[in-house]
Write a protein that binds this ligand. Structure first.
Ligand code: ADE
Length: 221
């Protein structure tokens, strides 16, 4: 998969993909991530990318042309264009699965007080990562890329994401433990050291269901 992230703050991405699972996915050529500064596409002599809003009001608004030029330059017939905005569709694990099957994503990070409404016409999909407002789309882009890349086949052990919270079966994860067997008086449940895999699986399923009922009954609907 190829991912192009369009931003005017490229340095925010300097280190985020250089650690752990995403770093390995890049090294193993499962994904190629490019950070594209769309300011480079501004035709203004000062590389300006924003202006005041028609009708007045506080703040600056991203102008359409640099983003249009940038997307048009990078796009091909396999591209899915995603715009990150708090008024987009709320992001869920199901969407991460869908996106992990795409060949090329262009992710547009909005900034300042907003963006020119016509920029929306470039997007196949508008996504919000939650009901809160961030200073821009950069952190949402990191969230999106991290959640999608780990689902690309071969990036992590398939079994570990089939059991993830929020996958098809919509159950939260069961509790897990490691050594020591007793820590500050808290004991690892007996069943997990029984060696009986049938019983362990049954216990895990039961715990997942119990936790989901208690914490996220909405997922069971
Ligand atoms: N830009 C600012 N806030 C955002 C959010 N919650 N989701 C996606 N993009 C955003």
């Amino acid at each position: 998969m190829k991912i192009d992230i369009l931003t005017i703050f490229p340095h925010m991405f300097d280190n985020i993909f250089k650690e752990s699972i995403i770093k390995r996915a890049i090294e193993n050529k499962r994904v190629e991530i490019r950070i594209v500064d769309f300011r480079e596409y501004s035709k203004d002599p000062h590389k300006k990318v924003d202006d005041t809003p028609y009708g007045g009001g506080a703040g600056m608004v991203l102008t359409p042309d640099p983003i249009f030029s940038c997307v048009e330059n990078l796009k091909n017939e396999d591209t899915k264009v995603i715009l990150l905005t708090p008024d987009g569709e709320q992001y869920k694990q199901k969407k991460a699965y869908e996106l992990s099957k795409e060949k090329h994503l262009i992710i547009i990070c909005g900034h300042y007080e907003g963006f020119d409404e016509r920029i929306r016409t470039l997007a196949d999909l508008e996504i919000s990562i939650g009901d809160y407002v961030l200073t821009g789309g950069e952190i949402p882009a990191m969230v999106l890329v991290d959640s999608v890349v780990r689902l690309i086949p071969g990036v992590i052990n398939e079994k570990s994401h089939l059991e993830d919270s929020f996958n098809e079966n919509y159950l939260l994860d069961y509790p897990t433990y490691t050594k020591p067997r007793v820590y500050r008086g808290m004991e690892v449940p007996e069943v997990l050291v029984s060696g009986n895999h049938e019983k362990i699986n049954a216990w895990r399923q039961e715990q997942s269901l119990k936790k989901t009922k208690e914490r996220r009954p909405d997922l069971l609907k």
